[in-house]
Design a protein around this ligand. Structure first.
Ligand code: FPP
Length: 184
């Protein structure tokens, strides 16, 4: 299923959206994907189906954000710690991500129509190479769009990001690319 849902808002969704729009609207909203496995257990379906349904809920949420005119959405989908899950589960999630990013590449017309720019944040070197390539294609294909921004945190952990940024800065100083002194 696609990332961009075109379905019109239902009466109740329209009513709720209008009430929300009457007040101050956030410019940027972030979501943490959570509860996929608990949902699977409760619904007596396979864990992988729980993750698939989790993605469907995400796409529904993005549709509502688009309709509400929210300019930027960040989704925390997969942390570096999540690699510690069983091989079967991690492989299943990588396959799901593969399917979704491949699908995204077929939706370029729609992404252009809505001006959606996709950015993927995290240590992408930890992902399978074919997935890295798919993600790179999706990011490059939408980089000029500027009506709304979807940031997908994938293989993302803030401590790792900060440590990497500091390492890169130290390298920059070593190479003479950055001055070590800060003028405040
Ligand atoms: C959280 O639920 C979900 C995850 C850790 C994985 C979410 C990732 C995907 C669905 C892959 C595709 C996504 C994109 C955006 C391409 P949980 O497993 O922690 O569930 P629990 O809280 O019930 O244990």
């Amino acid at each position: 299923m696609s990332w961009i849902r075109e379905r019109e808002l239902s009466f109740i969704e329209r009513l709720t959206a209008n009430i929300l729009k009457a007040g101050p609207m956030p410019k940027h909203v972030a979501f943490i994907m959570d509860g996929n496995r608990r949902f699977a257990q409760k619904a007596h379906v396979q864990r992988q189906e729980g993750h698939s349904q989790g993605f469907e809920k995400l796409a529904e949420t993005l549709r509502l954000c688009l309709n509400l005119g929210i300019h930027e959405v960040t989704v925390y989908a997969f942390s570096i710690e999540n690699f510690k899950r069983s091989k079967e589960e991690v492989d299943g999630l990588m396959e799901l991500a593969r399917q979704k990013f491949s699908r995204l590449l077929t939706e370029q017309e729609n992404l252009e129509k809505h001006g959606v720019c996709i950015r993927v944040l995290g240590d992408l070197t930890l992902l399978p190479i074919d997935l890295q390539q798919l993600i790179a294609k999706a990011v490059v294909a939408t980089k000029a769009h500027n009506k709304c921004f979807l940031n997908v945190c994938f293989a993302y952990t803030s401590r790792h990001e900060i440590a990497n940024a500091v390492k890169e800065m130290a390298w920059g100083v070593e190479q003479g690319l950055i001055k070590p002194s800060l003028s405040l």
